[in-house]
Write a protein that binds this ligand. Structure first.
Ligand SMILES: NC(=O)c1ccc[n+]([C@@H]2O[C@H](COP(=O)([O-])OP(=O)(O)OC[C@H]3O[C@@H](n4cnc5c(N)ncnc54)[C@H](O)[C@@H]3O)[C@@H](O)[C@H]2O)c1
Length: 613
């Protein structure tokens, strides 16, 4: 709510735009001091009459002063002026600057300046003045006023619409929680919106809810409905955690207007051509832009290539909000490092990298996270640095795993066991402990393509990154072909071959099947005359069928198989005892494919042939 004390000083108050703005601000409940440089300047006599009638006589909340009336101004000494509205017409910068100096010297406390720009673009002169005002710790809000620029009478008639837009901006600035300081961050007054409540967004929302009021927004109505019932199908949050978090879950975008901070965690996938698909991020930015209140800080957490936030997201936010980043609202980027399914590294204890377009916003973002994390917040100098840091974390894993996958293929040719080699090499202090495996999902298998794309756009053709991607993407086919060779070499072709696939998600202990390489292996094998049964305790039949598959089997429903592929090391599989393990295989010669090196020798029986990556 506005307090009665909010005082706005409007210059040019007897000109067309200044007059209408004064009227509107009065209607909004502000106290208005109208200033006119010289009364005789007012061209429109009727309007002057109207002004006298409407504002000079009828409103007790209006005080009219001539700009040269030094004595009158002195009367307001010590008054806190929430906004001084200046009109920039022609190059009136000098006059405006002199006027602000005059107000300050007259003892007025000017907090903010709204500069209503009639000129196209901002002159250097004005930019310098704005910089000086900001140095004096005044907030400067720039608003475009197309009316004075247009020679079209129809446009000029729309003055009221334009003025109402300007009035709204001023009101938004005064009603929005822009001065988020350290104390207010503590007291649940701060409202944090989280856009996109998936594997990343939901744990973040729950984390923020420990300290702040949280609005969780998602376009997926089903997701919102189940979260309202405290059910998280990703399995990341328990019923109790959701119940205790008191998050306001919604798919009404207008709720975002109440937010001091908006954290964005929507997917950033690739398209069929393996190029970044930023549609969802752009759509989320448009939604936020439509509902952006002045002073809000928008923090992007989705993984993107360096430059995306500033080149793609900010322009969309500005276009949909008609506000200016760095002036009316602020943007930061803080990549998420959460590791779904990992109960040890969770939102609270993962160190966060934070960045923003300006120091003030960075400090607020730092404070926001610091209060909910037990881990440190690491500030970096630019958004691009933060974006790049996230993408190389995942690219580094991709490259290291690709190296292991290549070694595995070489060592199979040499007839030596990769794990034994790695164990031996690992006795050296600086050998990095990576292992071969499947790289699927929507992070490690996707993010390098973002960096590859940006690199190409900038004229550098990455070789190393691209080779790692090609290698890792080719693993399902390599494993499938290796199995065909094993079946042939061990002459298992007499009867119909049954294959058991243990695990179909893209990694262990989660229910996420996106870009699952285990599923790709199944699809590869399905083009051969095998009977394939899949067991995965982390997914539902519906999820499996959505991928064009039939029914899943529970562990105790599995038929004895000729081949068992340990694809995803879910806890349920790792904890299997020797009897259960052996009961998965036929009694005659059979094959165990261990893709993650989890099966120890003592589990095997004589009839089981072991193959591992
Ligand atoms: N999952 C991870 O392991 C992980 C880790 C770190 C970073 N990331 C990154 O975080 C981002 C989000 O990933 P995720 O795994 O949480 O995705 P997700 O698919 O699990 O969830 C995204 C959610 O966003 C919602 N959504 C999509 N468009 C929206 C919009 N316009 N407005 C509001 N909601 C919208 C979806 O309905 C969904 O609920 C991605 O950029 C990803 O690369 C993911």
């Amino acid at each position: 709510m506005l307090s009665q004390k909010e005082t706005i000083l409007v210059t040019n108050c007897l000109e067309l735009d200044g007059f209408h703005l004064s009227l509107l601000l009065l209607k909004m409940g502000f106290f208005v001091i109208g200033i006119e440089e010289k009364q005789s300047n007012t061209r429109n006599k009727d309007m002057l009459k109207q002004a006298r009638k409407l504002i000079l006589e009828e409103s007790e909340q209006f005080c009219y002063l001539s700009q040269s009336n030094e004595k009158g101004i002195k009367h307001w000494e010590g008054t806190e002026i929430s906004f001084v509205v200046l009109f920039q017409k022609g190059d009136s910068t000098d006059i405006n600057e002199q006027f602000i100096t005059f107000l300050l010297e007259s003892g007025m406390d000017v907090k903010r300046i709204a500069i209503i720009q009639g000129n196209a673009g901002q002159s250097h002169h004005l930019a310098d003045a704005i910089r000086r005002w900001k140095e004096m710790r005044m907030e400067v809000v720039e608003v475009q006023n197309p009316v004075v620029r247009s020679k079209d009478r129809n446009v000029r008639r729309k003055v009221e619409d334009v003025i109402s837009n300007i009035g709204e901006k001023i009101r938004n600035h005064l009603t929005s929680p822009k001065n988020i300081n350290d104390e207010s961050l503590d007291n649940k007054q701060t409202v944090v919106g989280v856009v996109g409540l998936g594997y990343v967004g939901l744990p973040a929302a729950v984390g923020f809810a420990g300290k702040y009021k949280v609005i969780g927004f998602d376009i997926n109505k089903q997701r919102i409905d189940s979260l309202k019932m405290h059910v998280d199908h990703t399995g990341e949050m328990t019923k109790d955690e959701l119940k205790n978090s008191c998050i306001q879950f919604t798919n009404e975008e207008a709720k975002l207007r109440d937010c001091d901070f908006i954290v964005v965690a929507v997917p950033t996938p690739i398209n069929d051509g393996k190029e970044p698909d930023l549609k969802l991020l752009e759509r989320a930015s448009a939604t936020i832009g439509r509902n952006l209140s002045a002073g809000t800080i928008v923090i992007f957490e989705s993984t993107v290539y360096p430059g995306t936030t500033e080149e793609v997201c900010i322009p969309v936010l500005e276009a949909y909000s008609s506000m200016k980043e760095g002036v009316d609202f602020h943007v930061g980027y803080s990549p998420e490092r959460i590791n779904p399914g990992d109960k040890e590294h969770v939102f609270e204890n993962i160190e966060k990298v934070a960045s923003a377009t300006n120091i003030e916003a960075l400090e607020k973002i730092y404070g926001l996270y610091q209060k909910v994390l037990t881990a440190k917040v690491h500030k970096v100098s630019s958004i691009k640095v933060a974006e790049a840091s996230k993408i190389i974390e995942n690219t580094q894993r991709d490259i290291n795993i690709a190296f292991m996958n290549e070694l595995s293929q070489i060592f199979h040719k040499l007839n030596i066991d990769t794990y034994e080699v790695l164990k031996a090499a690992g006795t050296k202090w600086n050998f990095l402990p990576f292992t071969p495996g499947l790289v699927g999902g929507h992070c490690i298998g996707v993010d390098p393509y973002y960096l590859i794309h940006k690199s190409k756009v900038e004229g550098y053709q990455p070789r190393f990154l691209a080779a790692a991607r090609e290698l890792n993407d080719g693993m399902p086919e390599y494993i499938g072909n290796s199995l065909l060779k094993l079946i042939y070499d061990h002459q298992l072709t007499e009867s119909e071959i049954t294959i058991t696939m243990l695990g179909i998600t893209f990694k262990e202990n989660i229910s996420d099947m996106r870009n699952s390489k285990a599923l790709e292996i199944v699809k590869f094998l399905q083009s051969h005359p095998f009977q394939i049964q899949v067991c995965d305790p982390h997914i539902t039949n519906e999820q499996f069928q959505d991928e064009g598959q039939t029914t899943l089997r529970k562990i105790n429903e599995l038929k004895e198989a000729d081949v068992v592929i340990f694809a995803v090391p879910h806890n349920e599989f790792i904890q299997m005892n020797q009897d259960t393990f052996r009961s998965l295989f036929k009694k005659q010669k059979s094959i165990c494919m261990d893709l993650k090196g989890i099966i120890s020798e003592d589990m095997l029986a004589k009839n089981i042939i072991m193959w591992r990556l």
